[in-house]
Design a protein around this ligand. Structure first.
Ligand code: ATP
Ligand code: MG
Length: 886
């Protein structure tokens, strides 16, 4: 079976078991404070397990793009060295939300693997949770009995809490799991050592392929476990490992999932994969053919390489690949981007988004490669200078913090540093490096540290109703709240059953406002609670308050009034609609390749990142600005359509943003269907005239292929124009209100440069005069001519000019000058080069010595050196000393 057929068979199988097949969520996690990237199939369904939402079906299956390079799951350092861990991989999964449980999950897994995929039964092993006394969780008898009926006792392994008990996080749903492992060794190897003894022992050919999780408990913040009201199934099977098993290979990289890219690498490098004569070349090909997937799909889903957070993770993966290519495959020029088209073709029917953005992804990677290849060279130089410095001191171990700096700043993985070190007969301080790494990890953990209590549930509710498109104020109930300690203090997170508050999403900031409890009269338990932000955590709307001691008020509240800050919201609306008008205008003026790469807008400003490969010229900006303002003046009414089936919307030509996760039904925001037609969940003005006016304030580059513009609207735009007007008026005043302001400023500039020239000429004259007196008063000796003199010159540079000009006039000159320039003492020492050569005198050393008297320091060359200091009263002493010396 090809990998395509294998994936399709999985989805078809579960469709036949009445599962709804859904698309993969984007690789980049949104609205989940605990995750940067989706790292398992269940991540997009978290809310359903937490009870914050209702799934579209109680049975779901899919293939999910996963990335395990940070946080709880980080496999990065293994990738390429082993043959079955990837950065990005597909996780095939089937789910039951309160529907079937262990019996069906186990039976179907077995049916699929052995009947459909025809994996040999005698090569499969399963594991069952052994129980844990401290947690009070018993041995999973149910799973054991079910498996016993299928595979027999001797193929079952007992597993501990680490391998066989799954938890969503420190708190939340959890339960025992059952893993399925496959033994892919040769018959001879199997005869020699039993597969059972190799399960969970890091054997590359005895690997876990599927994990079936049975959610039946909830862990509370105090560590205790309580049974869940309804039980769920969450399974995850590594697609690439499954392909290896079915295609009877011993490495994921030998399957058709990776062979396409590996073949291109063979052609580009002229090396053959798997010949074993160059193990590092093989590792490099694995690393590269793995990493190109992670990098390409992350960029496609909206995460560009950058210097912070998730962007930095992607940049590091990219650099790891480029570096392996550079060191082991001889790629001195960019090559990595050449693999993008291969992947786009391979995944065109599965994850179409890569094909749609092929050119953009290729260019972003190419630019990143170019800049890293430059860094790489400076990193290699840095390593050179470190090792030669150490060699001088007779040390042959590179300290851990240097190794860390190389990896952190130059993207040099430790193994590369170690390898280069070895070539130079050095070793690295591995422990010191680990310490530096641990220290950094500790710092970033502390930065992220947040402590939350359990939710305090006040009443039953059935999902949250967002009413903010239609209302600015609602009557609501508080359904639950929790306290969270953050770096800046304590905050309350409050959840309402219905709310007008928009939660930060799609670039639009969250609403602020207030909750009014029990009328407002204090004596009746009334209270006003200030809401400073509204955030989404998965599908939950969280109203954030920094008010103190709210527990009693919140618990005792009946019906409350939730009210947003309307003035602020109106400004936000203007900025959001303006962003839509701007995007359409940009596509008209710059071309349809312009697509959104990031957006942020609040009540003050709108910021927009978009794919475009050159600077937007002033003329283009003006055209876009004109077009937006034209549309504002047309006062186009908002046409908002809710609950439109997504396919219908896309077919009608609506603009969607890559990497956003859309539901089956979407909201359309239209301002003239011929002009602006977008999928959007944000809030908008009822008609464009409300925006007033639109004005760009900046344009620049964010990263390769991505530009950023900032703009303001309405009141803010007016404010900006006022400010500019004021500045202009001030300048006019200062220039005594000339009739032509520009001419007046040009006149000033001209005058200034004429004056500068005059000053320079005068100074020169002065130096010429000074020279004459100096030569007249020169001390002449048989072997040299000496001038030691305090002089009055305008700058330190004049000392140099003076010395050099005297040299051309006087033979065998030694000249020592002192000067006070702007209150600070300066010294210079000049010694004719023939004297330097004959006597070994050194101006640099002498000036350093003399500088002690002016409390300063300096240096230079043997024939000319200068020093500056802080104590001008020492100048005379220094010059006396110089006289004595010579
Ligand atoms: P392992 O112990 O092999 O790292 P895991 O216990 O981390 O696996 P799970 O979190 O249970 O794996 O994920 C479910 C399935 O996803 C695994 O059975 C495996 O087939 C696959 N898988 C996990 N991590 C990776 C990875 N880095 N690359 C490819 N497949 C993976
Ligand atoms: Mg793992």
């Amino acid at each position: 079976m090809t990998s395509h057929q294998i994936r399709q068979a999985f989805l078809d199988f579960f469709r036949s078991k009445e599962h709804l097949i859904v698309p993969s969520a984007p690789l980049v996690a949104k609205n989940d404070p605990t995750l940067m990237f989706n790292n398992s199939g269940m991540a997009q369904f978290k809310d359903f397990f937490l009870g914050n939402g209702t799934p579209p079906s109680r049975r779901i299956a899919d293939t999910q793009k996963c990335l395990r390079v940070s946080g709880k799951h980080n496999d990065l350092e293994d990738v390429g060295f082993d043959t079955y861990h990837h950065t990005m991989f597909e996780m095939l999964g089937n789910w039951s939300f309160g529907d079937y449980f262990k019996k069906e999950a186990i039976a179907w897994a077995w049916e699929l693997l052995t009947d459909v995929y025809k994996l040999p039964k005698d090569r499969l092993y399963v594991s069952v949770f052994e129980g844990n006394e401290a947690d009070g969780v018993p041995f999973d008898q149910e799973a054991w009995d079910l498996w016993k009926g299928i595979v027999g006792e001797d193929r079952i392994i007992l597993g501990n809490k680490k391998d066989n008990f799954w938890e969503m996080g420190d708190t939340g749903p959890c339960g025992p799991c059952s893993e399925i492992h496959v033994d892919l060794r040769t018959p001879a190897e199997v005869a020699a050592v039993s597969g059972k003894s190799l399960v969970n022992n890091d054997h590359p050919q005895v690997v876990e392929i599927w994990n079936l999780v049975f959610m039946q408990f909830e862990r509370k913040a105090d560590g205790s476990l309580i049974p869940l009201p309804s039980t769920h199934v969450d399974t995850g099977m590594g697609f690439e490992r499954l392909c290896m098993a079915i295609q009877q290979k011993t490495s994921n990289y030998d399957t058709d999932v990776f062979q396409n890219t590996i073949q291109v690498l063979e052609t580009l490098s002229g090396k053959k994969y798997g010949q074993n004569d160059e193990p590092f070349a093989d590792i490099a090909m694995r690393v590269i053919s793995d990493h190109i997937r992670a990098v390409s799909f992350a960029i496609t889903d909206g995460q560009l390489p950058s210097n912070v957070k998730a962007g930095y993770v992607i940049r590091r993966i990219l650099r790891r690949a480029v570096r392996y290519g550079y060191s082991y495959l001889g790629f001195q020029e960019p090559f990595f981007h050449k693999l993008v088209p291969v992947l786009a073709e391979q995944f065109k029917d599965v994850f179409t988004e890569l094909r749609d953005q092929e050119e953009f992804v290729t260019r972003v990677i190419l630019e990143e490669e170019k800049s890293f290849l430059r860094t790489l060279e400076s990193g290699l130089k840095r390593l050179d200078s470190i090792t030669s410095g150490l060699k001088e001191k007779g040390i042959n171990t590179i300290p851990g913090d240097e190794v860390f700096e190389l990896s952190d700043t130059f993207g040099f993985p430790v193994d590369l540093t170690a390898l280069i070190a070895r070539e130079k007969n050095f070793q690295i301080d591995e422990t010191g490096y680990q310490d530096a790494l641990a220290e950094q990890k500790k710092r970033s953990r502390q930065d992220a540290a947040k402590e939350a209590t359990d939710w305090i549930e006040l009443r039953e509710y059935d999902g949250v109703e967002f009413l903010g498109y239609d209302f600015e104020e609602t009557h609501s109930h508080i359904v639950k709240y929790r306290k969270v300690k953050t770096k800046t203090g304590e905050e309350y997170h409050i959840v309402l059953d219905r709310t007008p508050f928009y939660a930060e999403m799609g670039g639009q900031v969250g609403d602020t406002g207030e909750l009014l409890l029990n009328g407002e009269k204090k004596e009746e338990g009334g209270r006003r609670i200030a809401i400073v932000d509204t955030k989404k955590e998965n599908d939950l709307f969280i109203h954030v308050s920094r008010d103190k001691d709210l527990d009693e008020a919140l618990s005792g509240a009946g019906i409350i009034t939730a009210k947003i800050d309307i003035d602020r919201r109106n400004k936000i609306k203007s900025n959001h609609t303006a962003t839509h008008l701007m995007l359409s205008s940009m596509r008209e003026v710059l071309g349809t390749h312009v697509s959104q790469k990031g957006s942020f807008l609040n009540d003050e400003v709108l910021r927009f990142d978009f794919a475009h490969f050159s600077k937007v010229t002033d003329e283009e900006l003006r055209k876009i600005e004109d077009r937006v303002n034209e549309k504002i003046r047309e006062n186009i009414a908002l046409d908002e359509r809710r609950n439109v089936p997504i396919q219908q919307a896309l077919d009608a030509g609506a603009t969607a943003t890559f990497g956003e996760k859309y539901g089956d039904f979407v909201r359309l925001i239209i301002f003239d269907p011929q002009f602006s037609f977008e999928l959007c969940g944000g809030t908008h003005v009822p008609s464009t005239g409300e925006i007033g006016v639109f004005k760009f304030i900046s344009e620049g580059s964010v990263s390769a292929g991505v530009r950023r513009v900032e703009a303001v609207t309405g009141e803010k735009a007016l404010e900006l124009m006022r400010l500019q007007e004021e500045t202009l008026n001030k300048i006019k005043d200062l220039l005594k209100s000339p009739t032509d302001l520009i001419k007046a400023v040009e006149g000033l500039i001209e005058e200034r440069s004429a004056l500068q020239k005059k000053i320079a000429a005068l100074e020169n004259e002065k130096i010429q005069a000074l020279k004459t007196t100096l030569v007249e008063n020169m001390e002449t000796h048989s072997t040299f001519n000496l001038i030691v003199q305090k002089v009055d010159v305008p700058s330190a540079d004049s000392l140099k000019q003076l010395s050099y000009e005297l040299r051309d006039q006087v033979e065998n000159l030694i000249a020592v000058f002192g000067a006070e320039i702007g209150g600070k003492p300066q010294l210079s020492v000049f010694i004719a080069e023939n004297i330097v050569q004959e006597t070994g005198l050194n101006a640099g050393k002498i000036v350093k010595d003399l500088a002690k008297d002016i409390r300063g320091g300096g240096g230079g060359q043997p024939f000319f050196a200068t020093a500056g200091g802080s104590d001008a009263s020492g100048l005379d002493t220094a010059l006396e000393k110089a006289k004595d010396l010579f």
